[in-house]
Design a protein around this ligand. Structure first.
Ligand code: ATP
Ligand code: MG
Length: 419
């Protein structure tokens, strides 16, 4: 990708009304465009990051047997009235058509997925079923000041599972928890699983996955010795208490965190609401046990920016960076050899399957480096008169600042070995 051709540009200042760091940096980098509070469009670089996050989530959900679908976004109001969510859930948008018919837009999809599954699951032989989608959600959120971390429109992976027995649900629930932890790890984040009560419909346990960040809206207590973690809101413990779970007498610390996913047991709430039954082994019509499993895709992108950026800009982990290499050409407009060398490097890297953003613009070194730091691609490779004379390019890792000098073949060898 040639930076001179990229239609977006970086900007020095973020919009005055944008208070969150994630949105400020992403807007300045040309990753996103703000439409209104809580609603953003994703521009070429931002869309690439989002797709890479989605792909990691997709791979991990497929590994545990998830089947991806794409559900409708515009919903009839009837199933929402049937479950009580039409009047009971405060974030549901309500749309009145010119024919006086009422609709809503997806804010979660139990009301859509349960009737879909009911149509295909007839016998115990058809269970378990695990269905997911990655798509847009719409919620009438009161506060939307956390940039892309809390949107009125946002992207979520929502997965739903249906089971014959509680044992089978528990088996899958444990697998899903592990899959979630793998997702966060692959994204370069450290997530803690809090134990929380399962919400309105069940007194069973649920997990909330939390990433420590000052920008988070939740307060958690976590043990400094074991993996125990709990949301302050529901806990009677406090900072400084001795952990009740671990043998090492760990101490609880309190911190701000952002919920990047949650999983819970819905029991038979929805399968009863939609009279969804299957014939069990004894031939008796039975309601399946249902679980739901959410991951905030756009929130994760915001959390990555919050958790990993520094005072110069964004620092993308390799796994989600929009492109791997920022090839920065310095003085190419005045020295044809520099430009030719940059073009050759761009060609060879691209042929080796390495994604490159080539800063081929006629601009000052200071401006180019500032942009490069702001955009945050993992490796900056500089081509200039100096590197031409040395016969090696200057390579700077964005995350660590580590600098090395490599020939084309060394560079390609390094990138293919680590990619
Ligand atoms: P929160 O407590 O943050 O409002 P929630 O309990 O409403 O989250 P769910 O309905 O379970 O969340 O949604 C699943 C995931 O979607 C959440 O864990 C979070 O990562 C993400 N999410 C929820 N609401 C938003 C939002 N308004 N904007 C962006 N992501 C969101
Ligand atoms: Mg919410």
């Amino acid at each position: 990708m040639l930076q001179s051709k990229l239609f977006t540009k970086t900007r020095k200042e973020a919009p005055k009304d944008e208070v969150s760091k994630n949105a400020q940096l992403l807007i300045r980098g040309g990753y996103i465009h703000k439409e209104m509070a809580g609603v953003y469009s994703y521009l070429p670089l931002g869309r690439r990051v989002l797709e890479r996050i989605e792909q990691i989530v997709r791979e991990e959900m497929d590994k545990i047997g998830g089947q991806e679908i794409r559900m409708a976004t515009l919903h009839p109001s009837e199933p929402w009235k049937q479950t009580g969510a039409w009047d009971g859930v405060d974030v549901v948008f309500k749309i009145l058509s010119r024919t006086e018919k009422e609709y809503t837009v997806g804010q979660s999809e139990e009301e859509i997925v349960t009737p879909i599954a009911a149509e295909y699951v007839l016998s115990y032989k058809d269970l378990p079923v695990v269905i997911y989608q990655i798509g847009q959600k719409y919620r009438d959120e009161l506060r939307a000041k956390s940039g892309i971390m809390r949107g009125r429109e946002f992207t979520m992976k929502d997965m739903y599972s249906f089971h014959e027995t509680q044992e089978d649900f528990d088996r899958f629930y444990a697998q899903a928890k592990e899959a979630y932890l793998r997702v966060y790890e692959r994204l370069g984040l450290v997530a803690k699983a809090t134990e929380a009560s399962g919400g309105a419909f069940t007194n069973k346990l649920s997990y909330e996955f939390m990433v420590l960040t000052e920008a988070g809206e939740d307060d958690i207590l976590y043990c400094n010795s074991c993996s125990y973690c709990v949301n302050v809101e529901i806990s009677d413990q406090k900072e400084g208490d001795t952990c009740t779970r671990c043998s090492a007498n760990g101490v609880l610390s309190q911190a701000k965190a952002s919920e990047v996913g949650n999983i819970f047991d819905l029991g038979t709430k929805y399968t009863k609401d939609f009279t969804f039954t299957y014939k069990n082994k004894e031939g008796i019509e039975t309601h399946p046990i249902m679980g739901c499993f959410g991951i905030g895709i756009t929130r994760l992108m915001g959390v990555i920016v919050e958790a990993l950026s520094d005072d110069r800009g964004i620092v993308w982990p390799e796994s989600v960076a929009p492109l791997r290499v920022h090839l920065v050409e310095l003085g190419g407009a005045d020295n044809a050899d520099v430009h030719t060398e940059a073009a050759e490097l761009y060609r060879e890297l691209t042929e080796a399957g390495i994604s490159v953003l080539w800063d081929d613009r006629d601009a000052r070194a200071g401006e180019k480096f500032a942009d490069s730091d702001l955009l945050g691609l993992p490796l900056r490779v500089v081509v200039s008169e100096k590197t031409l004379a040395a016969g090696k390019f200057e390579c700077v890792e964005r995350a660590s600042g580590h600098t090395s000098h490599k020939s084309i073949s060394e560079l390609i060898g390094h990138l293919t070995a680590n990619g």
